[in-house]
Write a protein that binds this ligand. Structure first.
Ligand code: NAD
Length: 370
């Protein structure tokens, strides 16, 4: 695994906490990375194969994302070991127990992530009084239902296309991970003229060069089926999605899906990251050298956390979506124009922008981390 040293660098992590309760099979980890800008916000991820390392890297991604979005929040993340499709009563018990175990850690605010949703956030709010991404009945803005991250990603894509030699009209897109982020990214991009030619989920991928019907594919998923059961097009193995002929590739699932060992197969000219940390740094370097533009995750997929932070501070849904559009468009343009001017990777330009902000926030504190 590449990425940050989770034993610490100048930005954090401030805390790594493992929680364990054998009586109910609870095993989880919280990483509070950096709180210079304010209490950390970051999702609770539930999956059988999470790790402390993944949690630390995702917490850092939240520090960068929240700083890029200009939020009064630092970055953190929590992971819960287990299959999110377990029986609902057992999942509720684990999520509530995780919240109770971390109730005293006031510099972390839970949000939804892979394997958790607004119902989980309602349970957490009920236990410890703090969570974002809540159901609307609790004052929440249902960010996954509305597609806050996909909406932001579509705006990042539109801005990125100013730096590419093709337009969104007729552009062929492939989406890895047809879940909350992937579905809405596809919806918003198709509404703006793109054609979805391939999509995948954990069970495999579906490909149709003539275009997939996004709503029919969503209906397939809502019926509890996988994308390969869509009925038209060609089903294929999930790993083959990287090699699909397309113009824009949207990772919206797991980390490290584009690596040095498969990067050469990618045919797209633009990668806009819906997932967190989906491209290894070596692969990103190679993509840059062969002219593939990569919009960094913490710029392109900030829609969800902008929405969540706005909810936490009592904003309306309309104000939240305006903020997403404005901040993501401004940041995408700032990063890509700086990268073009200096001939550097967009990720480097984005890192320079946010690290300066975080260092400044840290300079006003008595201790740099606490
Ligand atoms: P989700 O659980 O709703 O959807 C994930 C999708 O990915 C599912 O369709 C699942 O079947 C699929 N998937 C899982 N493993 C896969 C694999 N190996 N290959 C292909 N597909 C696979 O999750 P989500 O909320 O859409 O989050 C997806 C990614 O986006 C995560 O990396 C998350 O951290 C990131 N993200 C989410 C948000 C948000 O607002 N939900 C915001 C920013 C970033």
């Amino acid at each position: 695994m590449e990425g940050i040293n989770h034993f610490g660098d100048e930005f954090g992590p401030a805390k790594i906490i493992h929680v364990y309760e054998p009586r109910i099979g609870l095993r989880g980890t919280l990483v509070v990375d950096n709180v210079a800008a304010g209490p950390s916000i970051g999702g609770l991820r539930m999956a059988p194969d999470v790790s402390t390392e993944e949690c630390a890297r995702l917490a850092r991604a939240m520090t960068l994302k929240n700083a890029a979005a200009g939020l009064a929040h630092g970055g953190g993340k929590s992971v819960l070991y287990g299959d999110p499709r377990m029986p609902a009563d057992r999942k509720e018990q684990l999520v509530r127990a995780m919240a109770c175990a971390l109730g005293d850690i006031r510099d972390y605010i839970f949000g939804p992530d892979m394997g958790t949703d607004e119902t989980c956030m309602a349970w957490i709010r009920n236990e410890i009084g703090r969570a974002v991404g809540l159901p609307s009945e609790l004052g929440g803005i249902p960010l996954d239902e509305l597609g806050a991250t996909g909406f932001g990603l579509a705006h990042a894509t539109e801005v990125a296309l100013r730096y590419c030699e093709f337009s969104l009209a007729g552009a062929r897109i492939a989406v890895q991970g047809f879940g909350s982020v992937g579905i809405h990214a596809a919806r918003f991009l198709v509404q703006r003229g793109a054609v979805l030619v391939a999509a995948s989920d954990s069970g495999g991928a579906i490909h149709d060069p003539a275009g997939l019907d996004v709503e029919a594919l969503v209906a397939t998923k809502r019926a509890g089926k996988g994308v390969t059961e869509y009925g038209k097009g060609t089903p294929m193995a999930g790993e083959e999605l990287v090699r699909v002929d397309c113009d824009i590739w949207v990772p919206a699932a797991r980390p490290d899906v584009i690596r040095e060992d498969n990067e050469a197969g990618l045919k797209a000219k633009l990668v806009v990251s819906g997932a967190n940390i989906p491209i290894t740094s070596g692969a990103e370097e190679r993509l840059h050298r062969r002219g593939v533009l990569c919009v960094p995750d913490f710029i392109a997929n900030a829609g969800g956390v902008i929405c969540a932070a706005m909810e936490y501070h009592g904003a309306t849904q309309t104000a939240a979506f305006q903020a997403i559009e404005e901040r993501i468009r401004t940041n995408s343009d700032a990063v890509l124009s700086d990268a073009t001017r200096r001939g550097i990777l967009p990720r480097q330009a984005a890192m320079d922008l946010v690290m300066a902000r975080i260092r400044r926030a840290m300079s006003w504190r008595r201790w740099s981390i606490y």
